[in-house]
Design a protein around this ligand. Structure first.
Ligand code: NAP
Length: 518
């Protein structure tokens, strides 16, 4: 059996202690093992700060962008191998695995392009300079400079490749070394990504580290110049945020956590129309892609009460054709969930939903045979007001709940807001008054709003996170913000106001003499 090693201080090292097994969730066959005791994580963090940070800061944005382009090409060259690993170790169908690996490559390329656009600079100039007094000589200019610490990035199990890329790309482009800890259960693909980047020496020494296994001390070792980007459950997010060193040293923390994303069918988008079909397609895709284990998946489906029965019947019809099984088989449309613990969690979540609503399709009953399989479950609620769990408990699996509303934007918005903060919700309507009202009412509860439309060709639906747009959400979703193109660099940089003589400041920031006069 393969033993996964960590890459710390530019060396592959093996931990000690009781190993944790990584399995194939379709067969429960052990595939690899990992142990993470006895590793000198503090020394590895210091190595990244002292060696990787200066190496990156010596490069321009364009040069850092070139590193990302090389990383993207290297991962692309190993695409097939990575897809196989994700099918075996993640319960992913081939299509699910492509979603992750291709998403990683696309994200690295997107940030490589941003690096090229930013060119020869090594830090960012934020906005125009400001005259601060009566004399034009008294001048101010905001800049963003790379922090001198290490960017620690802890990820959830569902996106081992994309999860790495979407955090590492902005950090490396900003000029911070990356110290990456993937979730243990699905770490084989993330581990292989690191191996191939190291084998090809894609990045300068010290700029990339990998910690595999259930080591828990990492966040407690961070200091004032470090940052922590965390994706996972709200509980773990709250725990790392409350660490003493995080509070005392003001360690910058970004949390991407749970989300009860909604899809709202507008009153004008009834059955039979193209908008309705787009809505159905997005809901069905989100329920079953990656067995519903996407932080952006639609969990609450809001439909005007008059259409609730038809929507239920159409979704049930769509779900009947979803073939659940071993993702290694071509005919399989939905694989298992990732772990035994995940399966137990989904079952418990469905039971809580069933206490207040009823299952219109599927159930949490165990399926025969080995593997962490569950059928898709469509829940139906007659009255939103009485239900609580559907707005409070993210069931991280192939589960969605149908909630009727009156057809008024204010009524839909009130239901959406009960989720207490989402990564993304979607609205399907061409009624501009409805759209105006609902967008204004729900925007503050979201990081992204997806306005579905049948004329958007090859629409990926709300569940796909694009590197150009912000990813994150308030409240339950963690209060974080990642990606968003160049905006994503800000987390890894210090905002500084330079105040003084205009020519001196303009020379410092590299403005040409003609522009710098005065
Ligand atoms: P989790 O149990 O919180 O684990 C997430 C990561 O944190 C894993 O790498 C885990 O390591 C690590 N970890 C756990 N306890 C830790 C501790 N005390 N100190 C340091 N690290 C710790 O979450 P999960 O079950 O893997 O992920 C599912 C959740 O993630 C869902 O709720 C989902 O909504 C959320 N999610 C959110 C987003 C987003 O972008 N907002 C994306 C994907 C998933 P081990 O694996 O070694 O335990």
């Amino acid at each position: 059996m393969t033993t996964l090693r960590s890459y710390l201080g530019d060396r592959w090292v093996e931990g000690s202690g009781v190993p944790q097994a990584l399995v194939n969730p379709a067969t429960e066959e052990p595939l690899a093992q990992v142990a993470s005791e006895g590793l000198d994580v503090a020394a590895a963090l210091e190595h990244a700060r002292k060696k990787g940070g200066p190496a990156l800061r010596a490069l321009s944005f364009a040069e850092r962008g070139n590193l990302l382009k090389e990383a993207a090409k290297t991962i692309q060259a190993h695409r097939d191998e990575l897809l196989e690993l994700e099918i075996a170790n993640g319960g992913n169908t081939r299509s699910d695995a492509k979603f992750d690996v291709d998403g990683a490559v696309a994200t690295l390329h997107a940030y490589a392009d941003i690096g090229e656009t930013l060119g020869g600079a090594k830090f960012l100039i934020d906005g125009e300079g400001l005259q601060l007094g009566r004399s034009p000589r008294f001048h101010g200019q905001h800049v963003r400079v790379p922090r001198h610490g290490v960017a620690v990035q802890i990820n959830a199990f569902n996106f081992p490749a994309w999860g790495f890329a979407e955090k590492a790309a902005p950090a490396l482009l900003a000029g911070m070394p990356v110290f990456f800890k993937p979730a243990t259960s699905s770490a084989m693909a993330a581990h292989r990504v690191m191996e191939i980047l190291v084998e090809k020496s894609v990045l300068p020494e010290g700029t990339l580290s990998l910690l595999v296994g259930g080591q828990r001390e990492l966040p407690a070792l961070l200091g004032a110049q470090d940052v922590l980007a965390f994706t996972g459950s709200g509980d773990t997010g709250a725990r790392v945020r409350a660490l003493r060193n995080v509070l005392i040293e003001s360690v910058r923390v970004n949390v991407e956590a749970d989300s009860l994303n909604a899809a709202v069918l507008g009153p004008d988008a009834g059955p039979g129309g193209d908008m309705y079909e787009t809505f159905l397609k997005d809901v069905l895709r989100d329920m079953t892609q990656k067995a519903g284990q996407k932080c952006t998946a639609i969990r609450r489906v809001l439909v005007p009460a008059e259409h609730a029965g038809t929507v239920r019947d159409d979704l049930v019809e769509g779900l009947k054709s979803v073939r659940v099984g071993n993702p290694a088989l071509e005919e399989t449309r939905m694989g298992p969930v990732a772990t035994a613990a995940q399966l137990a969690d989904v079952r418990e979540g469905v039971a809580r939903l069933c206490a207040e609503g009823k299952a219109a399709f599927g159930s949490a009953a165990p399926l025969d045979g080995k593997g962490y399989f569950i059928s898709p479950v469509l829940m139906e609620f007659v009255q939103d007001a009485a239900a609580t769990a559907v707005h409070a408990r993210e069931v991280f699996g192939p589960v969605a709940s149908l909630l009727p509303y009156s057809g008024k934007a204010s009524a839909a918005a009130a239901i959406v807001a009960r989720g207490n903060g989402c990564l993304v919700s979607s609205v399907y309507s061409e009624d501009s008054a409805f759209l105006e009202d609902i967008v204004a009412a729900i925007a503050p509860y979201h990081g992204r709003l997806f306005l579905g439309h049948p004329k958007i060709e090859m629409s990926p639906g709300p569940g796909t996170v694009l590197p150009q747009l912000v990813h994150g959400g308030p409240g339950r979703a963690g209060g974080g913000e990642e990606l968003g193109g160049e905006r994503g660099l800000a987390f890894y940089m210090q905002h500084v106001a330079l105040e003084g003589s205009r020519p001196v400041i303009q020379k410092l920031i590299g403005l040409r003499p003609a522009a710098a006069q005065g």
